[in-house]
Design a protein around this ligand. Structure first.
Ligand code: ADP
Ligand code: ADP
Ligand code: ZN
Ligand code: ZN
Length: 788
């Protein structure tokens, strides 16, 4: 239990005070948080936790840090609006450790994103034989060491100038570790002219900027089919070196498609690209490990130098637990402090449950939870104190066994004199809080108030939803379903899988368990591909949803279509009028509701459109009503309210009602129909996809940690939903750590016994009751303890 005495805000004078916070749904929230303590924020999904912790406290701290930069630097950074709050005091610099994926730069690896890579380079420059020179002789990339995006505040990231020191970099692949071959025929349709849309590269549409550049640069005739281009024209289109041109009085740089694509798509991790860009890259480019460096990214010299028999590339290809053993074997007094620091860093990896990663793993391939824990590693060794660390569900992706170590780490950060704020749902994490703030009572407009503030003991005794659920235990089911079939998996070897043979039960709720890195995703994603026995496989994950800034739940789910028709019918006008991206759009913001200014450096700034006041439609469109509401008011409605609105009366729209009922069922009742998809959390995106998948039962549904972002009360709801899906004939396969979900399973496949090369086997397959009785697996032991 917590070493520090619980501090009640009333007795402390050292407080972080929030007064009158009103971001999003917050209703004049005031809280006093004890500094240098661990505070956990609880509450149902949509209750306002992120709005308070990230949107108010962390946002204001970041804004204040920005203000300390010179006017010149500030001019280059996106402006931040002050959060809607009356008073915030006692604030210290906030460091946000979230689940956002790390650096899309293909040169960014786990080694470069932490200090491990830099420390190894120093080590090799001191001890390597033959001796090559300073640390840069072992570097394939210097820029990414500071560009991984882990530190959101105070790293001046926005003005970071990328430079690469060529020292130890493989000259052939320039440190990427791979070479590419572009299929030029995938870039254009030769039968068309540029103005007809010959270019088939994402982002190069005929309405975009590039069309204007092609038309204005003077290198070719935009109305001539590409097949009739002269050799020079074709060369200019595909390969021309950067050349200054003036288009419509604006000075720009023109560059051929091939170098442009290399820079903007191929130098990034394929996994980190948007789905439509990824599809293009997969179609147009083939990658092979660089033949010169064998994929190690290092020059020949850098690969030849060895310490205790291993080159730096060899060390980076070991999993962290093995690197730690190798470092322990080095006895070299001259570098003892460095070895100590490196050992400490590697131990941090193990402590956060990442001992199975290799340092050469591209950061773009890490899951959200893995990314967050990698960022955490960067801070554990830091000597900063009196910082406010802000975590977003740090337990996600972690087995109960790993959660114990995680909570120890959070306490260690606190004991170094930092204020630790954590948004979490898992009772194991809530249990170690010094102070708990519970938001609610409901979601959206039914939330936004502080229902409880105090110690965990006081929370348990309270009558709040969270308090009541904290001691809840989902029991094993008296009767589990019998599989209707199996998917035989034979000789699976993806990643760490050890020639796995297993029959995955179908027609049931199957939960795949195991510690982080044991091989759950490798098994599930490797064996459940597009189709199983003629049933489509639908993967419901948390990755960003493709779409423009104008996309929202109403457009994405298609429910707006029938609503537009109903508006048109009721008013005797055309449906297109009610579309925010065509006829009826506000002419100033083109229906975005915001005016977005792209900056050359550091992203962009958006402000509410003054013409339509964010309503997105032309004033004349808003005169048309359905059931008393205009289209903008409809888009402002939360799902739960819209379900009723479209159920009956003049505004009855059965097709929209059906979609809304599913959105409500997955726990998104608080979401406004017009809320931009870009503002949804990973968990919300996953539930949105789940609602869509529910429309066509009968397939195989694969979910990756669907409890992310869900309160214990929401988890029960989710389980009911999964039950209904299985009863309707859907096979549900869930990768989960949440004990309630494991207990509720029909069948469990447990991977392990450990992570990385210590995992990769199926250690158990059977019912949850058998898993508990078996008691030889970590998962079984933890489930038994949970049920006790
Ligand atoms: P929690 O973190 O507890 O899940 P949030 O703070 O994310 O809750 O959300 C609280 C409410 O504010 C919800 O109704 C949500 O839909 C809304 N909301 C969150 N972010 C935005 C945003 N960027 N724009 C508009 N509404 C938002
Ligand atoms: P889990 O889902 O149980 O956390 P994973 O299937 O993600 O486990 O990982 C199992 C092993 O495979 C780990 O050693 C992990 O580092 C490795 N691995 C997973 N994804 C990749 C990848 N994209 N590239 C290389 N190794 C990977
Ligand atoms: Zn190379
Ligand atoms: Zn507008």
């Amino acid at each position: 239990m917590a070493a520090a005495p619980p501090v009640h805000p009333a007795d402390g004078h050292d407080l972080l005070r929030v007064h009158g916070a009103r971001e999003n749904n917050l209703r004049d929230v005031s809280v006093e948080l004890p500094k240098r303590r661990l505070t956990v924020f609880t509450g149902v999904s949509g209750s306002g936790k992120s709005s308070l912790v990230f949107g108010t406290i962390a946002a204001e701290s970041q804004r204040l840090v920005d203000e300390t930069y010179s006017a010149f630097l500030q001019g280059l950074m996106p402006g931040r609006a002050r959060p809607d709050v009356d008073v915030l005091d006692g604030l210290t610099t906030a460091i946000v450790v979230d689940q956002e994926r790390m650096g899309a730069n293909a040169r960014s690896t786990v080694g470069t994103a932490t200090d491990a890579g830099a420390m190894l380079r120093i080590l090799f420059s001191r001890l390597g034989q033959p001796h090559l020179g300073g640390p840069q002789a072992y570097s394939f990339n210097v820029a990414s060491a500071s560009g991984s995006g882990a530190l959101k505040v105070g790293d001046g990231k926005a003005v970071h100038k990328s430079f690469t020191v060529t020292g130890g970099m493989c000259p052939r692949c320039e440190g990427l570790g791979r070479v590419d071959d572009l299929d030029l025929t995938a870039l254009f349709d030769a039968s068309l002219s540029l103005n007809e849309g010959a270019i088939t590269v994402p982002g190069y549409s005929t309405e975009g900027w590039y069309a204007r550049i092609w038309a204005g640069c003077g290198f070719f005739d935009p109305d001539k089919p590409v097949s009739e281009f002269t050799e020079t024209e074709l060369h200019d289109l595909l390969h021309r070196e950067p050349t200054k041109v003036s288009v419509d009085g604006i000075n720009l740089t023109y560059e051929g498609l091939v170098p442009k694509i290399r820079k903007s798509f191929l130098s990034k991790d394929v996994d980190a690209l948007q789905p439509h860009v990824r599809a293009f890259v997969e179609r147009a480019a083939t990658f092979a490990p660089c033949p010169a460096c064998d994929g190690t990214r290092l020059s020949e010299g850098a690969r030849s130098s060895r310490v205790a028999g291993l080159s730096i590339a060899d060390v980076c290809a070991l999993q962290v637990t093995d690197v730690a053993a190798w470092v322990r074997g080095l006895e070299e007094p001259s570098v003892a402090p460095l070895l100590g620091a490196l050992q400490g860093l590697l131990d941090s990896f193990v402590e956060v449950g990442l001992g199975y990663l290799t340092l050469d793993r591209a950061t773009g391939t890490l899951s959200g939870g893995e990314s967050q824990r990698t960022k955490m590693v960067r801070h554990l060794g830091s000597s900063l104190t009196d910082v406010t660390y802000v975590f977003d569900e740090p337990s996600s992706g972690l087995h109960p066994h790993d959660v114990e170590r995680l909570t120890a780490l959070l306490r260690r950060l606190r004991d170094k004199g930092n204020t630790v704020l954590v948004v979490e749902h898992k009772p194991e994490v809530v249990a170690v809080a010094d102070h708990v703030v519970d938001l609610g009572p409901g979601a959206g407009s039914a939330g936004g108030t502080v229902c409880f503030e105090g110690t965990v003991e006081e929370l348990r005794a309270s009558s709040t939803l969270t308090g009541r659920h904290l001691a809840d235990r989902t029991p094993l089911k008296a009767e589990v379903r019998t599989p209707t079939g199996v998917l035989p998996v034979r000789g699976a070897t993806r990643h760490n899988l050890r020639d796995v043979d297993v029959d995955l039960p179908l027609g049931v709720l199957l939960v795949v368990t195991g510690v982080a890195g044991s091989g759950k995703s490798s098994l599930v994603h490797g064996s459940l591909s597009r189709e199983v026995d003629g049933r489509p496989v639908v993967r419901v994950d948390q990755t960003p949803i493709k779409g423009s800034r104008r996309s929202n739940p109403a457009t994405w789910t298609g429910l707006l279509e029938p609503v537009r028709k109903a508006f048109a019918k009721a008013n005797g006008v055309k449906p297109a009028l009610f579309s925010a991206n065509s006829a009826g759009a506000c002419p100033v913001c083109s229906g975005a509701g915001v005016v977005y200014v792209d900056l050359a450096v550091g992203g962009g700034v958006s402000t509410t459109c003054e013409a339509c006041e964010g309503r997105r439609f032309d004033a004349s469109v808003l005169e048309h009503r359905l059931g008393g509401k205009d289209i903008s008011e409809v888009l402002e409605m939360p799902v739960a309210e819209a379900v009723g609105f479209f159920a009956a009366g003049e505004s009855r729209v059965p097709a929209a009602h059906a979609v809304l009922a599913r959105l409500d069922a997955v726990g998104l009742g608080y979401l406004r129909l017009g809320q931009p998809l870009t503002t949804l959390s990973g968990g919300e995106r996953q539930r949105l996809r789940l609602a869509t998948a529910m429309a066509s039962p009968g397939g195989v549904l694969v979910l990756d940690e669907p409890t992310t972002g869900l309160h214990l009360a929401d988890v029960e709801h989710l389980l009911g939903l999964l039950d209904r899906l299985v009863d309707d004939g859907t096979s549900v396969v869930v990768v989960e750590h949440h004990q309630a979900v494991v207990a509720h399973a029909d069948r469990v496949v447990d991977m392990g016994p450990g992570a990385g090369h210590d995992g990769g086997r199926v250690v158990f397959e059977g019912t949850p009751a058998e898993l508990v009785a078996d008691a030889t697996t970590l998962t079984g032991q933890h489930l038994a303890a949970y049920l006790a």
